[in-house]
Design a protein around this ligand. Sequence first.
Ligand SMILES: [Zn+2]
Ligand SMILES: [Zn+2]
Length: 276
Amino acid sequence: MYYSDSHTHTNYSADVPNDRPLSVDDVCQSAIRAGLSYLAITDHYEPEEEKRGIVRHFPFASMAADVFAAREKYAGQLKVALGIEYGQPYLYPDEIQPLVTAYPFDVVLGSVHYIPGKPGYIQRNYREMTQADRDAVFNEYLDTYDQLVHTDGIDVVTHPTYPLRYLLRQNIPFDMRDWEERMRGMFRVLVERGIGLEFNAAPMRVPNQGIPDHTVETLFRWYRDVGGEIVTFASDAHFQAHVGAYCDRTMRILRELGFRYIAVYENRKPQFHSIA
Ligand SMILES: [Zn+2]
Ligand SMILES: [Zn+2]
């Protein structure tokens, strides 16, 4: 079986403390221990937060140098891809192409983490909201996600159910089927534009409170229904122990849904590996 992880973080991400042992090399060693054949380093690039001075300027050159060194060191053992998780890329559309062509990226992930001027999804207290308020939060998120799927210069969109992670951690039930038409519409756009959809396994690591498998399965069934074929696996690891975690279970779920391949990106093109 071919195991890959197309979304991982290192000390270059602002949400990873410097004293956590999570260098590019540390993540590569974890990937090898987890039996992976492919690893993409995709640290957070948040241009809006840089402009507001909340995070330092992202050190693209040193990250790329570390990835190239690791690629050479682990050649034959592990394919190490240069990636980036680009936060809210649609906010500054003119800046995307110059940036993603300035470095030889293998994969550019596009993410929605927050809406400028509003609290992040991780920070909101969903328990104190009415159901209508919670629905409004998710609708606004999907409006923003709709901008993301129309953005040029990204290869894969990440965690389509991001706010759900935090709703469910606060024990608030949620039925994805209420959003079926909107989600299917966005998946059609992905298919038309040749953009990949990641299967983000991070919620599987939160015992009893993660996004239930059936919710994620429903989403990927809709994606498949509209012709979706480009699925990447994402641990979204911010710790060594999480690199590659639940890849096996994810491959099983995808297989049961009728997917035959997992995609990994090299030179910004998807390569397909059998999961049969
Ligand atoms: Zn993210
Ligand atoms: Zn991430």
